[in-house]
Write a protein that binds this ligand. Structure first.
Ligand code: MRU
Length: 355
């Protein structure tokens, strides 16, 4: 995607340094940050400097490549295992993170007796993962675009766009493809409390692409569905179970149930790297619980031109903050993958995996 005419990926590696778009200040400030050590890369995932299943997956892959580059000859394999553990423990839900770490780790293990070769192989594999992700997301756009008629009013939740993957994104990729073909699309963007990935990131991305949108409070989605103003929903996913159940940003389940109630097609867009074939159903997907501070406070750009936090709840108040929920497969019209649009069912999942 282009930002003010310049093409960027959300994360990339130059030498031993992982570079990424710093997501918390968007839409107010666009900046690139550099992580010189795998521990800093892990911290960037944990603190959501980089977020979104695919973006943290690619970052995890690059982080593993850094681990290999840093590892001393003596105790090479022990360092690799410790580094993998540090990266793994950053966030629990997005399958892409574990997919990327495991794939680079397997490559290092293949050459564990020759650290020089292992380092080269790790960097090459991390790059392959990022490149494959970018082209899978482009294919998702091509398949998903076929579902979109010109003039359609769509809806999405959280940010499943370019910022959430290496390039293109998942849920937004079909919208970008449709718009680039000259179709008119309008997007209702859920604000997505508490971290506001919708109002901050999705709105900003759509603006960069010149796609008209309206940010709506999360609890307004039912109103727009019931009054016929939303015709289709596309969301992304952090992990898809073998039976077609889908974990995504908290609030997705509510939206899917409302879509069913109102006869609105509800699609999930995700590459096959988001599928966890070892997870039989959504009940086994680990759901991250984040700090209550995210709910008790809101962040924003003040009129003084500063990034500020304000309390929106009573002093000493308590909150709960699950970051994801699971939408049962029965609410999902189809899963848009790079292999085509498949049914959210065990058969559909097998088909997407080419089995
Ligand atoms: O907590 P986040 O911002 O990492 O959550 C992101 C989402 O839930 C996205 O919808 C999801 O990653 C799918 S798009 C890659």
């Amino acid at each position: 995607m282009k930002v003010q005419g310049v093409h960027y990926r959300t994360v990339w590696m130059e030498g031993p340094v992982v570079k990424m778009i710093n997501q918390p200040p968007i839409p107010h400030r666009f900046e690139i940050v550099e992580m010189e050590h795998h521990e800093r890369t892990a911290q960037a995932i944990q603190t959501m400097v980089v977020r979104g299943a695919g973006a943290i997956g690619a970052t995890g892959g690059y982080g593993m490549a850094q681990v290999a580059l840093e590892a001393p000859e003596k105790g090479f394999w022990e360092y690799i295992q410790r580094g993998a553990q540090t990266l793994r423990s950053t966030r629990p839900t997005a399958q892409n993170l574990f997919y990327a770490i495991d794939r680079v780790l397997a490559e290092i293990e293949r050459h564990r007796d020759d650290p020089r070769l292992a380092r080269e192989a790790a960097v090459a594999m991390a790059q392959t993962i990022a490149d494959e992700d970018a082209s899978a997301c482009q294919r998702i756009g091509e398949y998903g675009e076929q579902l979109i008629r010109s003039g359609m009013h769509l809806s999405t939740h959280c940010n499943a766009g370019w910022l959430a993957f290496v390039d293109w994104g998942t849920a937004l990729s079909p919208m970008y493809a449709a718009a680039r073909q000259g179709k008119k699309v309008f997007v209702y963007v859920d604000e997505t409390r508490p971290r506001c990935q919708g109002s901050r990131l999705t709105a900003w991305e759509l603006g960069q692409e010149g796609i008209p949108y309206a940010i709506i409070a999360d609890n307004a989605t039912g109103y727009y569905m019931k009054t016929g103003q939303i015709e289709m929903v596309i969301v992304g996913s952090d992990r898809i179970a073998a039976n077609g159940d889908v974990a995504n940003k908290i609030g997705t389940y509510t939206k899917a149930v409302l879509a069913r109630e109102n006869g609105i097609p509800f699609y999930v867009a995700a590459p096959t790297t988001t599928i966890d074939p070892n997870c039989p159903s959504g009940d086994q997907i680990p759901i991250e619980e984040r700090s209550q501070e995210e709910v008790l406070y809101a962040w924003g750009w003040s009129q003084r031109g500063e990034f500020e936090r304000v309390r929106t709840s009573p002093e000493g108040g308590a909150a709960r903050n699950p970051a994801f929920d699971v939408t049962p497969a029965r609410y999902i019209q189809g899963i848009i993958t790079e292999q085509g649009i498949v049914e959210a069912s065990p058969e559909g999942i097998q088909k997407a995996l080419g089995r």
